[in-house]
Design a protein around this ligand. Structure first.
Ligand code: ATP
Length: 291
């Protein structure tokens, strides 16, 4: 196989709790992750000349070893002594630095693509073991679907699939540093922990309303303090009929859960019209796991 086209899907967090901090600075988390059908298009192609060549539609993204897609390709090329080169084209749609694991999902797709294209014979578990060296969310992005992520995010337990629903994603025009959010969290006392077990219970009983009611993100307060627009978008989604709305990851992206597609589209249009966000999408959850 000389060429492979892949979709690198983004994620939202239905729940995000922080349990503590390790001496090395990493945080112990308990998160319910959900893949959504908002994706970056990735085309990988072998080339005769050695080296990794990255191209992307976003001028501000690095195309060297600072790009996670580059690092993913490098990792397997070094381990398997691959002498030919690879061209990787990234067409980005997942908002960048937004709490949707865009970089991690690109890395996951490239690991998957290298394994297929070069016939390396690695199992999904073996790809995940390599992925975690690139980032805590990479193993999840390899697995996909509805998953409980613990440890630093790498200990994964598959959960029952999220019931069918519409997801509105809105990224306000501010950039959030994940590092900054966690540092601020450390200086706060966590007053309220989200009901992660409630979310899991809702998934087990296929009860979308219960999942939505139990949603919570311990990082939200910290990011909202810096960017009140996040709260405004949440309100707009709820007024527009969302069962609930919340910030994903360390933000600033907000997502809303809707039962009805028409309502979801209307809410998305209202957020744009109000000038709260330009990057607004209506999409679905994606429950299939990668095999
Ligand atoms: P997370 O949800 O894991 O916190 P994120 O959405 O906050 O991820 P990313 O979109 O992955 O963050 O990007 C964070 C930083 O990583 C960006 O500032 C960007 O420069 C860098 N980066 C490196 N490679 C990529 C890539 N392939 N796609 C997007 N960003 C990348």
């Amino acid at each position: 196989m000389d060429k492979i086209e892949l979709k690198a899907l983004g994620k939202i967090n239905l729940g995000l709790d922080v349990l503590g901090k390790r001496p090395n600075g990493y945080h112990d988390v308990r998160m319910v992750m959900q893949t959504i059908y908002l994706y970056d298009q990735i085309i990988m192609e072998k080339k005769k000349e050695p080296g990794i060549e990255i191209s992307t539609n976003l001028f501000y993204l690095p195309v060297n070893e600072n790009n996670l897609a580059y690092r993913a390709a490098r990792l397997l090329m070094d381990e398997f002594d691959i002498q030919t080169g690879v061209k990787i084209s990234l067409t980005k749609h997942i908002p960048v630095a937004a709490g949707m694991a865009g970089g991690s999902s690109n890395a996951a797709a490239v690991l998957y693509g290298m394994n297929r294209m070069y016939g390396l014979g690695l199992s999904m578990e073996e790809l995940m073991e390599r992925g975690v060296t690139l980032g805590a969310d990479v193993p999840y992005c390899i697995m996909r679907g509805t998953v409980l992520a613990e440890g630093i995010g790498e200990i994964l337990t598959p959960l029952p699939a999220m019931p069918k629903c519409q997801i509105v994603v809105a990224k306000p025009p501010v950039s959030v540093s994940t590092k900054m959010v966690y540092e601020k969290l450390d200086s706060h006392q966590i007053e309220e922990h989200p009901d992660i077990d409630g979310i899991i219970g809702g998934l087990e009983s296929e009860d979308l309303k219960k999942v939505a009611d139990c949603m919570g993100n311990v990082l939200e307060k910290v990011t909202v303090e810096a960017y009140p627009v996040i709260e405004k978008i949440k309100q707009c989604m709820k007024e527009g009929g969302a069962l609930n709305a919340m910030m994903s990851g360390s933000g600033p992206t907000v997502f809303g859960i809707f039962e009805d597609r028409k309502q979801a589209k209307k809410a998305a249009a209202r957020i744009k019209e109000a000038g709260l966000a330009k990057q607004v999408y209506v999409t679905n959850v994606h429950n299939a796991r990668r095999k």
